[in-house]
Design a protein around this ligand. Structure first.
Ligand code: S3P
Length: 758
């Protein structure tokens, strides 16, 4: 009701000269849809008067009695002459004859529309009757219905929060289109505009086919000899699937005629799908069967976003999340952190390219890693899970990926995008990859340029970022590449493309970066050599299926490590964390500042070092941080800035240029936030100078960057008053349970959530 009210208020503002938008609406056909619209227009005041015409006088009488209409009419000529708006709510097949009936009486200004579920046939009918489609005729289709029929079922709320598609033709009058749009808005519906052909195609797939399947399924079952038993024992699934088989048979048989070609095309697509499923069942091909079901379930889960053209949908994009933190806490006890993000991405990629089944444990179930999973599902790889960190991947081999059905959407995940660029550059098919606003503004030429040298056909936007267009079928050549920047993503991207070359490729980096790709590739038997900062790979080997236990992510542990170091009374043990030396830069830095951090129970699993990390509170001293640690502490600088703010004296850090190209410009985001919290910090082009001091309370903006949000949450452990951090939804990209885990560890954190209004 309130929805209607606000739509109506909005309407009144734009037509303030008159309370009513139209004087007299004539509904022709007083069934459930016509009745519901009439009732809504009457209740919300869109039309001064709502009249109906129907071949059934009884329907008109009931309409008046139930206050669905103001009056019924039997003289169609008179009713049409008096109408300023006419809505045809009759079966689509009757459109032509109704238009012919009203034509002689139509007034020039009268606007006409309909509610039919096909639009091409309605336009054709108008052409037949008028010679051309009248400018005042604007077809529309409310995507709301019910299996009920008749005016008795009229419901003025039927269209609220539902979509209505209007399909104005090229010659349609603007006023008429606007009036029809406003009319539907007044019912609380959301109005969309579409071309007639597109409408019929979309509706054939999303509405007509499901109805026909429901009718056909019930009909087939009813013919079986034990049908009584079948129906008697029908469970929820049957009921859910066949509810719409109770719809109006005349209307649906009309739809079949009115949208014949689009429906037949959809039946063909569906029949092929059913035939493949049948064949997989005949062959007892469990992998294909599961593949169909898993893809369908994932698609169903993300259905809303899929309709808008994105294959993978990140929940965080719809939420406005603020973290509110109270000061004066410390950390104690055992903490586990989620699986390593970098390894999770790489494990999916390698397993998908493997020949055979792979099993992962400890997989990070976050939005970024799921973007990679979804991308491979879109390319035909069957992936089961994650279920409590366990994932099962049915590898398709290096040559087994299939063209994705649409754009590969990678959300916020830079690692997915850069690594996939390398892999996709070497495939036989074309594809487009894209991400959210932040990802689509990050530099991608750093991967595109060397890949082009290898023979790839790859195009970035004018600013060198995504969307990225990759043309498949190129011959990939080996490369000798001197990387201009230290980046594990660039290195990994080239290594993946190099798997498809004929010769050995060599990549040299200016400084060490995380080497998880190398560890994983070597562990799978690929011919990979590492000498200093040089990596060489010789293609030719098959990747077998494998089992991998993914350790905890040290970049997530880093927040608690700094938290424990800076807050008095803290003592924690972080269990089973990956301590690969190429990730330990920040531990070296913290130790140099005086932190008490011990790696206990050190061991190795599949080439990756693992340990339990014990951290106690320890006073810190400001230092000059040398460039040598930057590339192996790259993601930890936001929280290291917090540590430096708590140290006594000055901390200088240089060589941080890469931080400006992360999920946000991390130098600027941290400088602004820490200043807001009372810290004296100088921003330089590639570094900062931080004077240790007392962190105050205040409001900061994480700029939609997960690591900035978590770093400021840690600052609150030692702040003088409350800290509120806006834009925190993206924490789900790397650490979905951050709030709950942090609260358990002692941090006084609360999450406030609102839906983003669009
Ligand atoms: C990553 C590498 C780093 C890091 C990112 C993850 C990876 O980026 O910042 O969060 O998994 O390869 P660069 O290698 O581009 O510096």
């Amino acid at each position: 009701m309130s929805n209607n009210k606000s739509a109506h208020q909005h309407l009144q503002q734009s037509v303030s000269s008159d309370f009513y938008m139209v004087e007299n609406t004539l509904i022709i056909g007083l069934g459930m849809i016509g009745g519901s619209l009439a009732k809504s227009l009457k209740e919300n005041g869109f039309s001064r008067k709502v009249v109906a015409f129907d071949s059934s006088v009884e329907a008109l009488e009931i309409g008046v009695k139930l206050k669905v209409i103001d009056s019924g009419c039997t003289d169609i000529g008179k009713a049409v002459r008096q109408a300023s708006l006419i809505i045809l709510a009759v079966p689509v097949k009757a459109t032509g004859s109704v238009l012919a009936m009203i034509k002689p009486h139509l007034q020039d200004e009268c606007i006409i529309s309909d509610v039919g579920s096909t639009k091409g046939s309605v336009i054709e009918a108008a052409k037949r009757v008028f010679g051309t489609v009248p400018a005042n005729f604007v077809p529309a289709h409310p995507i709301a219905g019910s299996e009920k029929s008749g005016v008795e079922a009229a419901n003025s709320q039927l269209f609220a929060k539902h979509k209505v598609i209007i399909t104005p033709h090229a010659q349609a009058s603007e006023k008429a289109a606007l009036t029809i749009a406003r009319m539907w808005q007044s019912t609380g519906a959301e109005v969309l505009q579409m071309q007639v052909e597109k409408h019929d195609e979309v509706l054939a797939a999303t509405s007509h086919l499901p109805h026909l399947l429901a009718f056909s399924l019930v009909d087939s079952l009813a013919k079986e000899s034990e049908s009584l038993d079948i129906f008697r024992y029908a469970a929820g699934g049957f009921r859910d699937f066949t509810r719409i088989a109770a719809s109006d048979p005349t209307m649906w048989s009309d739809v079949c005629g009115a949208n014949k070609s689009a429906i037949l095309a959809q039946i063909d697509i569906f029949s092929q799908g059913l035939a493949s499923l049948k064949q997989a069942i005949v062959d007892e091909d469990e992998q294909s069967i599961k593949g169909i079901f898993i893809r369908a379930r994932a698609a169903r889960e993300h259905f809303g976003k899929m309709l808008t053209g994105t294959a993978y949908a990140a929940d965080s994009e719809d939420k406005d999340v603020t973290f509110v933190l109270q000061p004066g806490a410390h950390l104690r006890g055992e903490i586990t952190v989620p699986g390593d993000k970098s390894i999770s991405h790489r494990a999916i990629i390698m397993a998908a390219l493997g020949e055979g089944v792979s099993y992962l444990d400890g997989f990070l179930h976050s939005e970024d890693s799921m973007a990679t999973v979804q991308a491979f599902r879109d390319m035909g790889v069957v992936i089961e899970g994650p279920h409590k960190g366990a994932v099962k991947i049915y590898g398709v081999g290096l040559q087994g990926l299939c063209p994705p059905p649409g754009v590969l959407y990678l959300g916020n995940s830079g690692t997915s995008m850069r690594l996939l660029c390398g892999l996709l550059a070497a495939q036989k098919f074309d594809c487009v990859i894209s991400g959210d606003e932040s990802l689509n503004s990050r530099p991608m030429e750093r991967v595109a340029a060397p890949l082009r040298t290898m023979g790839a056909n790859i195009q970035t936007s004018a600013t060198g970022s995504a969307p990225i267009y990759i043309k498949g079928g190129q011959k990939i050549q080996a490369i000798e590449y001197q990387m201009p920047m230290a980046s594990a993503q660039v290195k990994s991207s080239i290594l993946l493309a190099a798997l498809y070359a004929e010769q050995t490729s060599t990549i040299e980096q200016p400084a060490a970066t995380r080497d998880h790709t190398e560890v994983l590739m070597r562990g799978r038997g690929l011919a990979l050599q590492v000498t200093g900062n040089k990596v060489s790979i010789t293609p030719g080997n098959v990747i077998p299926g494998f089992n991998l236990n993914i350790p905890g992510d040290i970049s997530s542990a880093a927040f608690y490590i700094v938290g424990a170091v800076i807050s008095k009374g803290s003592e924690i043990i972080l269990k089973d964390v990956g301590v690969n030396p190429t990730r330990l830069g920040f531990i070296h830095i913290l130790r140099l500042m005086g932190a008490d951090i011990a790696l206990l129970n050190q061991r190795e699993n599949s080439g990756e070092a693992i340990a339990d990390i014990k951290v106690c509170y320890s006073p810190l001293q400001g230092i000059n941080i040398s460039d040598e640690y930057v590339s192996i502490a790259i993601d930890e600088f936001p929280v290291l800035f917090v540590a430096a703010s708590c140290a006594s004296g000055e901390t200088q850090i240089t060589g941080l240029g890469e931080l400006r190209h992360k999920e946000s410009d991390r130098i600027s985001a941290m400088v602004d936030g820490l200043r807001e919290l009372g810290i004296n910090i100088e921003e330089q082009t590639e570094g900062v100078v931080i004077q240790g001091g007392q962190i105050q309370g205040g409001k900061v903006d994480s700029r939609g960057d997960h690591r900035i949000a978590m770093a400021f949450s840690i600052a609150a452990l030692v702040s003088s008053t409350e800290i509120s951090i806006s834009n925190c939804a993206q924490v789900a990209t790397s650490f979905p349970e951050f709030v709950e885990k942090s609260a358990r560890a002692g941090i006084r954190i609360r999450k406030e959530e609102a839906n983003v209004s669009t």
